[in-house]
Design a protein around this ligand. Structure first.
Ligand SMILES: [Fe+2]
Length: 448
């Protein structure tokens, strides 16, 4: 037993893991606590499962991954562990599975969640969850997988809540008021000299990474110019007023098809009332804040960039702008090595809305590029694909591999609803180019 304890303590601090698991479950409860009970069976995003699915999915995923796959235990309820196994990401609504005739009653799902939590905490406290002879448990892989899976879903749940009518949700007590700000700073670019960008991470160099983060490799990036700030609502309004949504020449073929089929005429987070625009915030509608980063799909971001005779940055260019320095060395975070805190950006569930672009000078990169972490994920021009040396992760083999289909684009950075551990340099997020629900903004670049 002593041997087992030593092995576990080397890769996973049991106490810290339990605290993190419990904190994650508490936050999930808070996220569900924002909803009126009658919202529970709604499907606010037609391409996703109804809300009820996710309350079962989070504990079932942890049971499937750590207890069943990792420790070889029987699990808690085989029916739930199949029903709640996996979410969906179809191309369009025709591929959405028909609504399940009846989901289990909420009380049953919550009781399952409580039993799952007790079993997971017991496993993290006492069981052999780091075994080098088991690929699912090696270096605590399954434990870290469930610890990061939970907050990732909290962000995607919030995207979903965003779409619900206001009477079906309420702000948590003490939630900060939106900071509307005035006009954004004048648009400005900064030249980034040619140099290296290190993408990905080396196995063993970080306690945990998803399979798509491995392995580390260096990309030589040519000189380019990048926007200092994310594209703000006011900038994007110029595009809307200039007829950008009517100009097929600015759009990719798929982007134009999506725009036309869905009659998209402005960002999803905007609503029009006469000549005025409203921002559809999480808990209230606000007069469109000109300085907030615009939230758009990849298709809209790309059309805007073309309209400005610019383009979206590649994943490597994002890295270079965020982590590169004049000396050629690279930083862990845009600002340096210090852990993220509230002075560096709008992330880690600090609020339910963005803040004006450029609000965090202490978070700027070596080149003075701002808001690279937080306030909104940033679309890149890079199609989501494997890095050299990619291997599907034993704890969750379909996590990335199912999405290497040429239809998903890499996003970097993070939003106000991205948990702190997910702000590491190697983390990659991805969505379809026509998915407008995400807290995703962008900035543009130009060849030097
Ligand atoms: Fe999941």
């Amino acid at each position: 037993m002593l041997e087992v304890e030593r092995e576990t303590d080397r890769y996973l601090d049991r106490r810290a893991a339990v605290d993190r698991y419990r904190a994650g479950r508490r936050r999930t409860a808070e996220v569900f606590g924002m909803l009126a009970p009658e919202a529970y069976h709604e499907r606010p995003i037609a391409l996703r499962n109804p809300i009820v699915f996710y309350e079962g999915h989070l504990p079932a995923f942890s049971v499937n991954t750590l207890l069943k796959k990792g420790l070889g235990e029987p699990g808690i309820d085989p029916r739930f562990e199949v029903l709640f196994e996996r979410g969906i990401d179809p191309e369009d609504q025709s591929a959405v599975p028909g609504a399940l005739a009846s989901w289990p009653p909420r009380a049953e799902i919550q009781a399952y969640g409580e039993r799952a939590d007790r079993a997971i905490v017991e496993a993290l406290e006492t069981k052999d969850v780091t075994r080098e002879d088991n690929p699912v448990l090696a270096r605590g892989l399954a434990a870290y997988t469930i610890l990061e899976h939970e907050p990732m879903h909290q962000e995607t749940l919030l995207y979903m809540w965003q779409r619900l009518p206001y009477e079906k949700k309420r702000a948590p007590e003490g939630a900060p008021r939106p900071i509307l700000g005035g006009d954004p700073p004048p648009r400005a670019g900064v030249r980034i000299p040619a140099g290296p960008a290190t993408l990905g991470a080396r196995k063993g160099a970080i306690p945990f990474g998803w399979d798509n983060e491995f392995s580390e490799h260096v990309v030589e990036v040519a000189e380019f110019e990048i926007d200092v700030d994310d594209v703000a609502n006011r900038d994007f309004l110029d595009f809307v007023r200039a007829g950008g949504y009517d100009r097929e020449d600015l759009w990719s073929e798929e982007g134009w098809h999506w725009r036309r089929e869905n009659d998209v005429r402005h960002p999803l987070f905007w609503e029009r009332s006469g000549d005025d625009w409203t921002w559809r915030g999480m808990f209230e509608a606000l007069p469109l804040p000109p300085a907030w980063p615009v939230f758009v799909s990849h298709a809209e971001a790309s059309a805007y960039a073309r309209w400005r005779d610019s383009r979206l940055p590649s994943e490597a260019e994002f890295h270079r702008a965020a982590y590169g320095t004049r000396s050629g060395s690279e930083r862990s975070y845009p600002w340096g090595e210090e852990s993220p805190d509230r002075t560096r950006g709008n992330f880690d569930f600090a609020r339910s809305d963005p803040v004006p672009v450029g609000s965090f000078p202490a978070g700027a990169s070596a080149w003075g590029v701002r808001d690279l972490l937080g306030n909104g994920w940033e679309w890149t021009s890079t199609v989501f694909g494997p890095f050299p040396g990619f291997e599907p992760m034993p704890s969750y083999p379909v996590y990335s591999a199912d999405f290497f289909d040429g239809k998903h684009w890499v996003m970097k950075g993070g939003s106000f609803a991205t948990a702190k551990p997910l702000l590491r340099r190697s983390l990659r997020n991805w969505f379809r180019g026509n998915y407008p629900y995400v807290y995703a903004t962008f900035r543009t670049v130009r060849d030097a």
